[in-house]
Unconditional design. Structure first.
Length: 67
């Protein structure tokens, strides 16, 4: 993998991690306030999609090598 491509992947991963944390904080706040369960469920689904993207990028950065 080229250095520039790896740097781009690391930057994208950092942004996704921040977005994931933001969703986590928002979900916790919504639960404390007693927000609609459907809204909380939708936010959790978006958070999970971000986690999936993070995993995909992490796999590109550190591929699973069979020894």
């Amino acid at each position: 993998m080229a250095d520039q491509e790896q740097a781009d992947n690391r930057l994208a991963l950092a942004k996704l991690r921040q977005e994931h944390e933001d969703y986590d904080a928002a979900i916790n706040a919504m639960i404390k306030v007693g927000c609609d369960a459907l809204r909380v469920q939708r936010m959790k689904k978006k958070k999970l999609a971000i986690k999936d993207k993070m995993t995909q990028i992490e796999d590109q950065i550190l591929p699973d090598i069979i020894a």
